[in-house]
Write a protein that binds this ligand. Structure first.
Ligand code: URA
Length: 209
């Protein structure tokens, strides 16, 4: 079974409180989400492999570490995933970005892929699927399915807030995918909202309703 990592650094928990607060305005909400995404990127890259190279300092030659191995790809799920993208790119500026758009079929309630655009070398990259809310897990599972169908195998998931129902669904469907969250919340309500959550992440990011 893959890992579930709760990134509970004090800075993340502090900022998440103001992200949750309904009095936080759109501008501050967006900035806080961006900042937490940067901090989470630090955690999610903790196990990237390193290799030694030789460098010359002004006073001596030394062995020093650089990141080696696979290159990264970031896959925000439209539209709320875009709110975390720039924050992650601040730490990983060389990552390539693919986009996955999904909508929920009103009859079957299943996610349907309406847009996908991926880097040409996506199969060779270690991928981070980004979505602020892991609620039922339907979109996350569909996005990961879409990536695996195209030959991708190294996939992690990054969410601000998750419900236990969503984590279980993703772990059952994709037991190889590590999940990184800033908080595990209590449950989903009858409309599929995470409780206590933060409301609708897309609406709060973009000022829509
Ligand atoms: N999507 C959201 O934006 N919020 C939730 O609480 C659940 C899904």
């Amino acid at each position: 079974m893959a890992k579930l990592v709760v990134c509970d650094h004090p800075l993340i928990q502090h900022k998440l409180t103001f992200i949750r607060d309904m009095r936080t305005n759109t501008k501050d909400f967006r900035e806080l989400v961006d900042e937490v995404a940067t901090l989470m990127a630090y955690e999610i890259t903790r196990d990237v492999p390193l290799e030694s190279i030789t460098v010359q300092t002004p006073v001596a030659e030394t062995e020093s570490k650089v990141i080696s191995g696979r290159m990264l790809g970031l896959i925000p799920i439209l539209r709320a995933g875009l709110g975390m993208l720039d924050g992650v790119l601040k730490l990983l500026p060389a990552a390539k970005v693919g986009h996955v758009g999904l909508f929920r079929d009103p009859d079957t309630l299943q996610p349907v892929e309406y847009y996908i655009k991926l880097p040409t070398d996506v199969q060779e990259r270690e991928l981070i699927v980004i979505d602020p809310m892991l609620a039922t897990g339907g979109s996350a599972i569909a996005a990961i399915d879409a990536l695996k169908k195209r030959g991708c195998s190294q996939i992690k998931m990054m969410n601000l807030i998750a419900a236990p129902e969503g984590v279980k669904a993703v772990q059952d469907a994709h037991p190889d995918v590590d999940i990184y969250v800033a908080a595990m919340d209590s449950h989903l309500d009858e409309h599929g909202y995470i409780i206590p959550g933060l409301g609708d992440a897309g609406d709060r990011l973009y000022g829509t309703k």
